[in-house]
Design a protein around this ligand. Structure first.
Ligand code: BMA
Length: 308
């Protein structure tokens, strides 16, 4: 077993939230001083999503703030593009700022918003950094040759749901985009793949914990896998582990708001070489598990599949 589920999963459910929501899932997570900060997605009773905030001393027991952290914008350009909700946040720290990428849903499709915070008390929307249809954008916590880099997940009929990379000098204008990893036919990630947690630096490469989807007669199954990217040139995928690292197995992953889903938006590397991986179970609850970073890297290198 690569990932050890925490025995007291789920760690957060709708009953822990001081305002009315139907779900708590797909949370971004980061360390902020001594604390773990989680920004989680919740469905309201109208089916649209908002983002809440929770904090913890140990990464397992979270206290939720009284008010939501981000709700759909009511003014400016963001109002037009967040009408249907804000979803699936990822948090990354770079240049002493925390960047939050999130899905902005509207009648125009889904695109990615970038917000910034320094204290998790106030948050400022910075820019809508893709057009539609994009989900699951994660920014690397370091620059490469002076440029920010992100893993993208655009979608088109010809090349569905694959992982791309793009670069930016200023977080606003992105380019030099390139396809770097495809779903694999008749494989657990055959239907779509998308970045999950923002990439984690290891001595042997960047760990990209991603999700893959397989279509079945009983609907789609969401699992997690892992890929390793070159430290200096993250567009080079060194290896993709052939087998998944986590699949829906517990009751809270098999049944919920959408059944058979494990979906990650964040992981926290620890100094002892372990990593806490957080995932939404069945789009309804938040879960955590631990792994050894070395084991995840070995998983990529020992039995790789072709990235393309
Ligand atoms: C994806 C996104 C995720 C969700 C997953 C499973 O398309 O909507 O937010 O967790 O489906 O329902």
């Amino acid at each position: 077993m690569l990932i050890n589920r925490y025995t007291d999963n789920p760690i957060l459910t709708k009953d822990d939230i001081p305002y009315q929501v139907a779900t708590v899932h797909n949370a971004g997570i980061t360390k902020f001083g001594d604390k773990y900060i989680m920004i989680f997605r919740s469905h309201k009773f109208n089916g649209r999503s908002i983002l809440g905030l929770a904090e913890s001393d140990d990464g397992y027991h979270f206290k939720v703030h009284d008010q939501p952290f981000m709700v759909p914008a009511t003014e400016g350009i963001f109002k037009e593009y967040e009408e249907y909700g804000v979803e699936d946040p990822r948090i990354v720290m770079i240049d002493n700022e925390y960047l939050i990428t999130y899905s902005a849903y509207s009648r125009h499709g889904v695109r990615i918003g970038l917000a910034k915070t320094k204290d998790f008390e106030t948050v400022e929307r910075f820019s809508l950094i893709t057009e539609a249809d994009y989900r699951n954008v994660v920014i690397f916590p370091e620059k490469f040759n002076g440029l920010y880099a992100r893993l993208d997940r655009p979608h088109s009929e010809i090349s569905p749901w694959a992982i791309w990379i793009s670069y930016s000098p200023d977080l606003k204008y992105w380019g030099d985009s390139k396809l770097i990893m495809n779903p694999l036919m008749y494989h657990w990630d055959q239907m779509k793949i998308g970045p999950g947690a923002p990439p984690i630096k290891t001595t042997r490469g960047w760990l990209n914990i991603y999700h893959g989807v397989f279509p079945t007669m009983d609907g789609n199954v969401y699992r997690l896998g892992v890929a390793l990217h070159d430290l200096d040139d993250p567009s080079v995928v060194i290896a993709v582990g052939d087998e998944w690292i986590l699949q829906p197995e517990k009751v809270y992953e098999i049944t919920g708001y959408v059944h058979n889903v494990v979906f990650t938006c964040g992981a926290v590397p620890e100094e002892d070489g372990s990593i806490k991986i957080y995932w939404g179970g069945a789009d309804k609850v938040m879960c955590v598990g631990t792994a050894r970073m070395d084991d995840l890297v070995d998983h990529c290198l020992d039995n790789p599949r072709n990235p393309m």
